[in-house]
Design a protein around this ligand. Structure first.
Ligand SMILES: NC(=O)c1ccc[n+]([C@@H]2O[C@H](COP(=O)([O-])OP(=O)(O)OC[C@H]3O[C@@H](n4cnc5c(N)ncnc54)[C@H](O)[C@@H]3O)[C@@H](O)[C@H]2O)c1
Length: 396
């Protein structure tokens, strides 16, 4: 799956960065030719902030690319930055906070892998300092703040991107094509679910700004809106099932935000989808996705049904029942090299090649608005209309 389109020889790294600054988003949207970095200096320099659990998945991806150089690692628990530098033989400079990173060795793109609640602040600082940004979800603490970050990025001709990368899987492409070709007939309903018994390592998942929606439900929201189109309104019921948790970094804590969420989405053409996420779902496979047999995404039409086997972030195939093919068939089992943690690598490479990736920041912002609207709907006990949109279909 790793796209290894080598850049064309020609301009210097300085020219590349200047051109990026000048042309930015618009240029990338239209260029299919790729950025022409000089072969001597063709890498995009990346700084990673947050060296916790997920960095173990991101670093091997970033380091596997010939187009990327990881030049900085940072964590407020400084020993983590040092340990990851050693463990993955990164050869980066290590820093204690974002200000040190920005004042340190020059780089082009920040990869934000910290606690969810500080993404907004870190992403903003990086954009203000003229850096492109890939952010783990959510890219900000509210839709309004996220939109302001995008406006800031656009005003400075910088790129901003947000996880997840589920639209990159071959199974997403398969389902998208089946829907576009009308294989399910008239689609009416869909369901997505993702849960486990909750992270044990960090308190932020259970603190204000956390919850099962931005951590887990976000994947299904991206998949279902990516397949069925933007949601126009949201209704939700949320609850806290386990009011106290014991976590590695803070001991026993009070859970401040939902750990159980049911969300209804209203799409165009009268399609309704439902998502449930939670930190109280038993899963015989734990966090291991490869043996997962759950149908995490289900889509129903009057001529066929489609069910995604395994999680949408690591899928094992698609089960199709259609009027045309008869009984259930397992199709699209090839993973094609896709890995859920590939997002930062894919967008960094897109900055080098100029080939626009499927991941789209407006899609990430739309999902952020859904999460906020779900909280609002639960609070008010009513349907909340959304205003955001994103380019759809994701794959034409
Ligand atoms: N762990 C996973 O498997 C996983 C998978 C997908 C996405 N994510 C997402 O990745 C993000 C991080 O999750 P995690 O599980 O790695 O958490 P974690 O607690 O293991 O790591 C977060 C790290 O960020 C550091 N940090 C916090 N504030 C900082 C700051 N201001 N500056 C520098 N460093 C700071 C912490 O010290 C910690 O080491 C979250 O958004 C989460 O939703 C995690």
């Amino acid at each position: 799956m790793k796209e290894n389109h080598m850049p064309k020889a020609g301009i210097t790294r300085q020219e590349f960065l200047k051109r990026t600054a000048l042309a930015g988003a618009a240029m990338l949207m239209t260029s299919l030719e790729g950025w022409a970095l000089s072969t001597a200096d063709k890498k995009i320099k990346v700084a990673v902030i947050g060296c916790g659990s997920v960095s173990n998945s991101y670093l091997p991806q970033l380091l596997s690319s010939e187009m990327i150089e990881v030049v900085s690692l940072c964590d407020i628990k400084y020993e983590r930055a040092v340990a990851q530098n050693e463990q993955y033989k990164v050869g980066a400079k290590t820093y204690r906070n974002i200000d040190e990173v920005l004042a340190g060795v020059p780089f082009d793109m920040l990869v934000t892998l910290t606690d969810m609640q500080v993404h907004e602040e870190l992403n903003k600082k990086a954009l203000l300092a003229g850096k492109h940004v890939w952010s783990e979800k959510p890219l900000a603490n509210s839709y309004k703040a996220g939109k302001a970050l995008l406006d800031l990025a656009n005003s400075k001709n910088l790129r901003l991107w947000g996880a997840p990368a589920v639209v990159n899987s071959p199974q997403f492409a398969y389902m998208n094509k089946a829907l576009r070709e009308g294989k399910l007939g008239m689609v009416s309903s869909a369901h997505g679910q993702y849960g486990h018994t909750g992270p044990h390592w960090s308190a932020f998942f259970y603190e204000k700004g956390g919850g099962s929606m931005p951590d887990l439900g976000v994947y299904n929201m991206t998949t279902l809106t990516g397949l069925l189109g933007p949601a126009r309104s949201v209704m939700a019921m949320l609850s806290i099932v386990k009011p106290e948790r014991t976590v590695d970094d803070k001991g026993t804590i009070k859970v401040e935000v939902e750990d159980n969420a049911h969300i209804l989405l209203e799409h165009d053409n009268n399609v309704i989808s439902h998502i449930m996420s939670g930190f109280n779902f038993f899963d015989p496979h734990g966090h291991v996705a490869s043996d997962q047999m759950l149908h995490s995404i289900q889509i129903y039409g009057d001529q066929g049904n489609m069910r995604l086997l395994g999680y949408d972030w690591e899928t094992n195939g698609v089960v199709m029942d259609t009027a045309e093919t008869g009984s259930a068939q397992l199709v699209s089992t090839d993973k094609g090299g896709y890995q859920w943690q590939e997002g930062a690598r894919v967008v960094a490479e897109s900055m080098v090649t100029g080939i626009e990736p499927k991941i789209n920041v407006e899609h990430a912002l739309h999902v952020l608005e859904i999460i906020e609207a779900a909280h609002e709907s639960h609070k008010q006990g009513k349907k909340i209309r959304l205003k955001s949109d994103f380019p759809f279909p994701v794959i034409r």
